[in-house]
Design a protein around this ligand. Structure first.
Ligand code: S3P
Length: 746
């Protein structure tokens, strides 16, 4: 027996697919013996000589009597030849022998089995390794072909678990990842992702080969031709069989593609530059992210799957000038308003982080042509207030609460249905806070269990204006209602219990929309229009805060944070750190595109604990994880109250920080709406934190805060689950190490 309980492996058809499984399994010690079956004696001899199989026969009937429970027969012949092999197996298999196959079409394999056996037998596990190449034949076999490749199994209801498990562990033994899906779904997905591209490649090369000038064409054809047509060198018999076996699904894909090619042709004929840009930018974005798109996952989920750990080494100081990435809140809004404006909006300083990119992708999915981002520059071809198109599927916004809540408001005003989904963290966050006011406006919004995502929004509703008094200080809720108000009949207004970031109001005004503001109340009248403009997004004060805290706690530090947005609804961190004794100077204060901006110079200064004024809480809402690190380095106690909102951010930030701080030796007591932290500062530069392993729970701001803490630690701080730092601050590690922190990304 092999290590995984597999007996013999019989490979029927010793080509690239069958031969590679044989080689991989032998290398992994995954079975007792490999027997090959090939039509031609020469292939059998070659397979033995190459060490692919232990022995080989031309007639399968010869070896069937030897087989016993635990053995596996892998049928790796062209799709339409599968039925002939099944016919030979009929009545000749011992109890407990498993049969599986590698054909690209599963419907025809299941049909072949039913033709032969009368019903699909419980020992047949239809499967498809997604690992082919244009090469074929016994000499193409490789022992590493399946490593990190996917195998799709399509077991039926009556397929026995034991056989499915056996096939699964066989593939896992050669390093593959095994997935299951229904037969029909497999055939549709493969028609679109594999079979259609082969039709096009074969068809294109054949068209060019018939051209009288074909010699010239092939002589001068360079990269594009080579990359695009590689698969036209694939085995013709195999592909003929696939086309015939998966006829209906392939025809559906060809028809869709033909109609799209037709409209591309019209765009070229009519000189329709915008339509061409639309297709090309959407395609480029999809190609750049195609793995994620195939998996129907957004950027963040893939990043998390990668698993990133920060190892922050103790000591150091931060020095020098730096510009942290663009403001996340403004980046989201620039895409939303730019898309709905009339004309072309140019954005500079756009945050190329996963969250803002999720918003950008959502608008591309709704038909907006968006060029970039390239070095923070984005060009948005606005479609006007009524120009969005129904997206092809759910809009996946990853980790981004801002995307989901603001988009919910805009989508409630569209005349098409939509659905918003997010990653694991976002799927736990409360959405009734936006669903409720939208319902009051007459929108039909359906949330998941307990008011969590996904959000399903029914189109075709006319919205009615409301006067909404916010139950909590939330800029996302305020923005959601105001954005829905753009589509409502009459004047919509919001009244907030405490000032929250006002970028929506400022940016709407920048796009020429009349927003009236009176104290806590903001109102606008629906039915107006937005006019494209130029947006300069300043650096994000939330990202800058990590370096403000770093410089404040590490003796010898002196940093200049350039072009940072210091909007008074966002400057709580500056006020709180100053109250703790931080040395923060605002230089070169100016106004850029309706937003106040400054260069912020921060030098080390001893800190003392404070009672954080509650009116500062909404103004520093995202900065508390970093402020808690400053509090631990201060002399005396810091007490935060009135901050229960922190419990429903990307993680429960009160608990996550309290847990991590305790691991690092700090006395931190969480309360329902805040925390009390006993600072260990006092002696200049002395270590405050012990080393240890903390968990960021996939929350970007928790991860970066603990990295900063290492400046005052006496041993390494290992921080788990840091991939989501890319949602708001993709180059954090680079800037941190450049400034003098000792941070390793593993
Ligand atoms: C944001 C508002 C804040 C903030 C979030 C971004 C925005 O959330 O925490 O990171 O862009 O409107 P709340 O409005 O829910 O407090």
């Amino acid at each position: 027996m092999g290590q995984n309980g597999l007996g013999r492996l019989v490979i029927v058809g010793i080509g690239l697919i069958g031969g590679s499984l044989a080689l991989g399994l032998k290398a992994a010690g995954g079975c007792r013996e490999v027997i090959g079956v090939a039509r031609r004696a020469q292939t059998c001899e070659q397979a033995v000589a190459l060490g692919i199989v232990d022995r080989a026969v031309t007639d399968i009937a010869e070896i069937l009597p030897e087989l016993e429970a635990g053995d596996v027969i892998f049928v790796a012949v062209p799709t339409l030849a599968v039925e002939g092999v099944f016919a030979q197996l009929k009545g000749a298999l011992a109890e407990g022998v498993t049969v599986t196959d590698g054909a690209s079409v599963k419907g025809s394999v299941v049909e072949a089995a039913a033709n032969v056996w009368g019903e699909v037998p419980a020992f047949l596990v239809p499967g498809h390794p997604i690992a082919g190449s244009e090469q074929s034949g016994v000499t193409a076999a490789r022992d590493d072909l399946y490593i990190a490749h996917r195998i799709i199994l399509t077991p039926l209801e009556n397929t026995a678990d034991m056989h499915v498990q056996r096939v699964r562990s066989m593939w896992e033994a050669v390093g593959a990842e095994v997935l299951s899906m229904p037969v029909a779904e497999h055939d549709e997905v493969l028609a679109a992702t594999s079979h259609l591209p082969h039709v096009i490649a074969f068809g294109l090369v054949d068209t060019l080969a018939h051209d009288a000038e074909n010699e010239n064409i092939f002589r001068y054809a360079a990269g594009g031709f080579r990359d695009f047509t590689r698969i036209a060198s694939s085995d013709p018999v195999m592909w003929r069989d696939i086309m015939l076996a998966n006829r209906d699904a392939i025809l559906k894909s060809i028809d869709l593609y033909t109609s799209n090619l037709g409209s591309l042709r019209d765009a070229i004929a009519g000189g329709d530059s915008e339509r061409l840009m639309g297709v090309f930018t959407r395609a480029k974005a999809a190609r750049d992210h195609f793995t994620k798109m195939l998996a129907k996952k957004a950027y963040t989920e893939i990043m998390e799957a990668k698993e990133v750990t920060f190892v922050a080494q103790p000591g150091g100081a931060v020095k020098g000038d730096m510009r942290v990435p663009g403001d996340k809140s403004m980046s989201h809004r620039s895409i939303m308003l730019g898309s709905l404006a009339e004309g072309v909006t140019e954005v500079e300083g756009f945050l190329e982080g996963e969250d803002a990119l999720a918003t950008l992708q959502a608008f591309r999915d709704m038909g907006v042509v968006i060029e970039g981002p390239v070095n923070g520059r984005v060009t948005i071809h606005g479609v006007g207030m009524r120009g969005l198109q129904a997206p092809p599927g759910p809009l996946y916004v990853g980790n981004s609460g801002t995307s989901m809540r603001l988009l919910a408001g805009l989508l409630a005003g569209q005349d098409f249905d939509s659905e918003l989904t997010g990653d694991e963290s976002l799927s736990k966050r409360p959405m009734n806070r936006v669903a409720n006011p939208l319902r009051e406006m007459g929108a039909e919004v359906e949330a998941g269990v307990d008011g969590r995502p996904p959000l399903k929004i029914k189109g075709r509703n006319s919205l009615k204006a409301i006067d909404y008094v916010l139950p909590m200080a939330s800029a996302q809720v305020k923005s959601c209602v105001l954005l829905a108000g753009l589509y409502a009949d009459g004047e919509t207004s919001t009244t907030e219990p405490a000032p929250t970031r006002d970028h929506t109001e400022r940016m709407l005004a920048g796009f020429g929309y009349d927003v009236r503001r009176n104290g806590a109340r903001a109102s606008l009248t629906g039915g107006g229009k937005l006019t494209a403009c130029h947006i300069d997004v300043p650096a994000d004060i939330s990202s800058a805060t990590f370096f403000m805290v770093a410089a404040s706690i590490a003796p010898g530090s002196d940093v200049l944070l350039k072009h940072v947005g210091i909007n008074p609804t966002r400057d709580g961190a500056i006020n709180i750190l100053r109250a703790m004794g931080a040395d923060i100077a605002l230089q070169n204060q100016r106004e850029v595109g309706g937003e106040p901006v400054a260069d912020i110079r921060v030098r080390y200064a001893p800190l003392k604990g404070i009672k954080v004024p509650e009116d500062q809480v909404p103004l520093a809402i995202d900065e508390f994880p970093a402020i808690f690190v400053a509090a631990a380095c201060a002399e005396g106690e810091t007490v935060l109250t009135g901050a229960e909102e922190l419990r429903v951010k990307e993680s429960d930030r009160i608990q996550a920080m309290a847990d991590g701080l305790k691991i690092l030796g700090i006395d931190a007591e969480p309360t329902p709406d805040g925390i009390a932290i006993q600072g260990k500062g006092g002696k200049e530069g002395a270590a405050v934190f012990g080393g240890g392993e903390v968990d960021s729970l996939g929350d970007h701001r928790i991860a970066m805060s603990f990295a900063v803490a290492a400046l005052r630690a006496d041993a390494d701080i290992r921080i788990k689950h840091c991939a989501n730092v890319a949602t708001s601050f993709p180059n954090f590690a680079e800037l941190a190490t450049g400034a003098g922190m000792n941070l390793e990304v593993c």
